[in-house]
Design a binder for this molecule. Structure first.
Ligand code: SF4
Length: 424
């Protein structure tokens, strides 16, 4: 992939992921318990405090997409009756299961001992785990996170979540692992999360610099990988983010840009903000369409789907269960449309962007619903015209390289024309 320079953080991440998957493969023999859960609203610290291993099905699906495996898996799921309209992460997961359940890194994936469903704004999550519950005949526990319809989490919402965590989630984990809830252990993991979150935020905010030493979308999906998946609240996670921050600070001090598919992007002509997930099946080609034009993404909303740390939230060990509720409530998919607009407008101003782009993915209503309204509102509030493109997450049938390239080229020309107009 792009980071051919093999930074220490990249090597660390590869080792961490490989070790985790190997450990999960051995779980049926070692007796370690495996808890499947989703990225937004994941309770990784709580799972880890019970000595269990988290598995994130969306991450498996996106990695299958990047490794060009998802097309066959989706076809397999469609043959077994899943409609073309179903989220392709789900079909990719089901197809992988039907094809032997070998994960993207080549190891056999273990069955879940528990499905832990934090419901943060996506109805598909429920349907997905209903399918897995049928498939594996295993327990499923549900944490209902109230949607921030009015843009705030009321005290009653927090209480409602705390009650569920105490009365349903913790007992389910106790039963599956055979261990009692240990608040000191949970606090230990939460303190590690907060350390890593500080370092991650320093990395994300480096996008404010000119030139930007990071790509806040294509490069940053790698950077958020450990914290959005199994490694938040672990010593390995802390070490990874420390190493990553040091690398970015070094790059920044040297005035260097991010490493892209075309090598380092030091000469940056356009600074963009992006809304929506990337396409994974043609990830490298998609990124190259930006780097070819010397466009760097300085910030994105998708890289906040597993936590909006750059707006101040940190896991707080002094309030161990309350902080889990706060975290779940603040995930991007649980925010209403005005809050998403505010976030984009803030990024455009704070990161000195001269354009913004929405990648609307066919699969994901959680992201796509309302994106045209978001486009119009952000244009109105910033005075900057946005671009709108369409693709999908992991279904290769919905990535039309020529169309997207044309759209992007026209958009960059329009930014140039506006600059000429302004300076005339
Ligand atoms: S619809 Fe979107 S948020 Fe929901 S599971 Fe699919 S990709 Fe994830």
């Amino acid at each position: 992939m792009a980071e051919a320079q093999k930074d220490r953080s990249m090597t660390l991440q590869k080792e961490m992921i490989a070790g985790h998957f190997e450990r999960m493969e051995r779980a049926p023999e070692t007796g370690e318990k495996v808890v499947y859960t989703f990225v937004p609203g994941n309770l990784t610290e709580l799972i880890r405090s019970f000595g269990a291993l988290p598995m994130l099905p969306e991450i498996n699906a996106l990695q299958s997409g990047m490794r060009k495996l998802s097309g066959d898996y989706i076809a397999e799921a469609e043959r077994s009756g899943h409609s073309e309209d179903v989220c392709t992460y789900v079909k990719c997961d089901i197809g992988m299961l039907r094809s032997g359940n070998i994960g993207p890194s080549g190891t056999k994936l273990p069955k879940p001992d528990l499905l832990l469903l934090s419901y943060t704004g996506c109805y598909t999550f429920m349907k997905w785990f209903e399918l897995l519950r049928e498939e594996y005949d295993c327990p499923c526990v549900f944490l209902h996170v109230p949607y921030q319809g009015d843009g705030v989490m009321e005290p009653a919402h927090r209480e409602y979540m705390l009650k569920q965590i105490k009365e349903q989630v913790i007992p389910a984990l106790e039963q599956v692992t055979g261990r009692a809830y240990d608040e000191e252990k949970l606090k230990y993991h939460l303190a590690l999360s907060a350390q890593a979150e500080d370092d991650l935020v320093a990395v994300l905010q480096a996008g404010k610099q000119v030139p930007s030493p990071i790509d806040g979308y294509f490069g940053t999906v790698y950077y958020v990988g450990p914290i959005f998946s199994a490694f938040r609240g672990t010593p390995e996670g802390v070490e990874y983010y420390k190493a990553l921050r040091a690398e970015i600070e070094e790059r920044s001090a040297a005035g260097l840009g991010p490493v892209t598919p075309d090598g380092p992007l030091n000469d940056q002509r356009y600074r963009l903000v992006v809304e929506g997930p990337p396409n994974w099946t043609s990830f490298r080609d998609f990124w190259k369409m930006f780097s070819d034009e010397k466009a760097v993404v300085v910030a994105s909303t998708y890289t906040k789907v597993g936590g909006t740390y750059d707006f101040g939230f940190r896991h707080d060990p002094s309030d161990p269960l309350g902080t889990l509720a706060d975290y779940c409530s603040g995930c991007y998919t649980n925010l209403n449309l005005p809050a998403r607009v505010d976030m984009l407008v803030n990024y455009i101003h704070e990161y000195k962007a001269d354009g913004f782009l929405i990648n609307s993915v066919k699969s994901c209503n959680s992201f796509s619903a309302g994106q045209l309204m978001i486009l119009r509102e952000v244009e109105k509030r910033t005075g900057i015209p946005g671009a709108f493109i369409e693709s999908d997450l992991v279904d290769p049938r919905y990535f039309s390289a020529a169309n997207i390239k044309n759209r992007l080229e026209s958009y960059f020309q329009m930014i140039d024309a506006r600059r000429v107009g302004k300076s005339a």
